[in-house]
Design a binder for this molecule. Sequence first.
Ligand code: 5GP
Ligand code: ZN
Length: 120
Amino acid sequence: MDCIFCKIIKGEVPSYTIYEDELVKAFLDVNPDVNGHILIVPKKHYQDLFDIDENVLIHIMKCAKDLDKLLKEKLHTDGLTLVQNNGLKQEVKHFHLHLKPQYKIEGEKMSVEEVYNILK
Ligand code: 5GP
Ligand code: ZN
């Protein structure tokens, strides 16, 4: 199967990884909407919300809470928007949760590498 996120998880395609454990990998979105835009991706290939194991889903939500602490501490974020696309608007057909930080005052857009160097 030709899945870009499976390739990232196997290490065949590089990513700016912020967090990893036995169930998930969290890395920076290559085309961020905002500084600190993270994707949490299960290591097992589930297509979408209707396919994913519910225990993995709970784990992903716990990871989102932990990563929010990191975003607050390192990027001084003021809130967090979670987005999870299914079907028509889902570009990558491997489940992923978008973490999009909110800012009272949105600064200059940084490169993904610059953000990684702050978060790592
Ligand atoms: P979707 O529309 O499926 O919810 O979002 C897919 C997201 O994956 C997009 O925000 C896109 O920028 C991101 N993305 C696609 N290909 C890659 C990649 O190769 N590396 C990384 N880090 N992000 C990717
Ligand atoms: Zn996959």
